[in-house]
Design a protein around this ligand. Structure first.
Ligand code: PGA
Length: 266
C-alpha cells in the first residue's frame, strides 16, 4: 500500500533552540509510541535546528528504535558552493540528514521567487536524490476561474524539463493561499475544493507526461490542516497526505493528525 505522508512546515518557528528541541523530542516520542506502518512523518524546521535534530534521531536509532521522523528543509539554493551570501546548498542540507525539501511555498513566492527559479531548485534537489515538495496554489478564487490557469502555469513552468522518472519522486502540495492560517481574512477550504483541484492537477500531469504518471504522482493538501479537519481531507479531498503549518507547532495537535492519518490508512 502507498504510505500517506504528513509534513510539518515549522516556518520560522519556534524562537529558540531549546523550544525546538523540546517540540522535536515530544513529537518523536508520540510518533515512536504510534509504531507507524502506513504514515511517513517529515519535519521541516528552520535550518539552524537541523544538526541537533539529526543527532537526536541518530541517538534514538542507536538504542534500537527505528528512525521514525524524516528531516526536511524549507528552501535550498541551486548551486554547490560559491559567492551566494546567505544561501545553503542541497549538499549541505543532505549532510544534515535532510531527505525532503519544500519548494515554491507561497510565502517564498511572495518574496519574489518565480516558477523559473523554483524549477532550478527542483532539479538541484532531484539531482542529489532528495524529494522536492512542490507547493502550488492560487491566491484567490475568482469568479472567472482564472485560478485554474494560475495552477496550470505553476505546474508547467515548475516541472519544465523534469523527466518522467524524476517526477515519480516529486510530491505536489496543493496549498490555496487563501486557506493558509496566517493569510489575512483566510477562509477554510473544503475537501471538495481540494478534490476538484487534485483532479485538475492530475489532468495537467497527464497532458504533460502520461495518464499512468498522473495517477501515480503524490498530491497532498495544505492550508489550515488540523486534527479536526485532516480526516475529511484524507477521505474526501483526493490527497495522500498533508502539509501542516500552525498545527505542527503543537505536539498534541500534530500527534493527533499523525494518529488519524495512520488509523485511516490501516
Ligand atoms: P497552515 O500553514 O497549516 O498554518 O495554514 C500551511 C503552510 O503554509 O504550509
Amino acid at each position: 500500500m502507498n504510505k500517506k505522508i504528513i509534513i510539518a512546515n515549522w516556518k520560522m518557528n519556534p524562537a529558540t533552540g531549546k523550544e525546538a528541541e523540546k517540540l522535536f523530542k515530544d513529537i518523536n516520542k508520540s510518533v515512536s509510541l504510534l509504531k507507524l506502518k502506513n504514515t511517513e512523518v517529515v519535519i521541516c524546521p528552520p535550518v539552524i535546528y537541523l544538526e541537533n535534530f539529526k543527532k537526536i534521531s541518530l541517538g534514538r536509532s542507536r538504542t534500537g528504535e527505528a528512525k521514525k521522523i524524516m528531516l526536511g528543509a524549507q528552501n535550498i539554493f541551486p548551486g554547490d558552493v560559491g559567492a551566494y551570501t546567505g544561501e545553503v546548498s542541497v549538499k549541505m542540507l543532505q549532510s544534515l540528514g535532510v531527505k525532503y525539501v519544500i519548494l515554491g511555498h507561497s510565502e517564498r513566492r511572495a518574496m519574489g521567487e518565480s516558477n523559473v527559479v523554483i524549477n532550478k531548485k527542483i532539479k538541484a534537489v532531484l539531482s542529489l536524490g532528495l524529494t522536492p515538495v512542490l507547493c502550488i496554489g492560487e491566491n484567490e478564487r475568482d469568479e472567472n476561474h482564472e485560478y485554474f490557469n494560475i495552477v496550470n502555469t505553476q505546474i508547467a513552468e515548475c516541472l519544465s524539463g523534469i523527466s518522467k522518472n524524476s517526477l515519480a519522486r516529486v510530491i505536489i502540495a496543493y496549498e490555496p493561499v487563501w486557506s493558509i492560517s496566517t493569510t489575512l481574512n483566510h477562509k477554510d477550504a473544503t475537501p471538495v475544493d481540494s478534490k476538484e483541484m487534485v483532479i485538475f492537477i492530475r489532468k495537467i500531469i497527464s497532458n504533460i507526461y502520461s495518464p499512468q504518471i498522473a495517477k501515480e504522482v503524490k498530491v497532498i493538501y495544505g492550508g489550515s490542516v488540523n486534527e479536526k479537519n485532516v480526516s475529511e481531507f484524507l477521505i474526501n479531498g483526493g490527497v495522500s497526505g498533508a502539509l501542516v503549518g500552525g498545527a505542527s507547532l503543537n505536539q498534541k495537535k500534530f500527534g493527533d493528525i499523525i494518529k488519524i492519518c495512520e488509523t485511516l490508512n490501516n
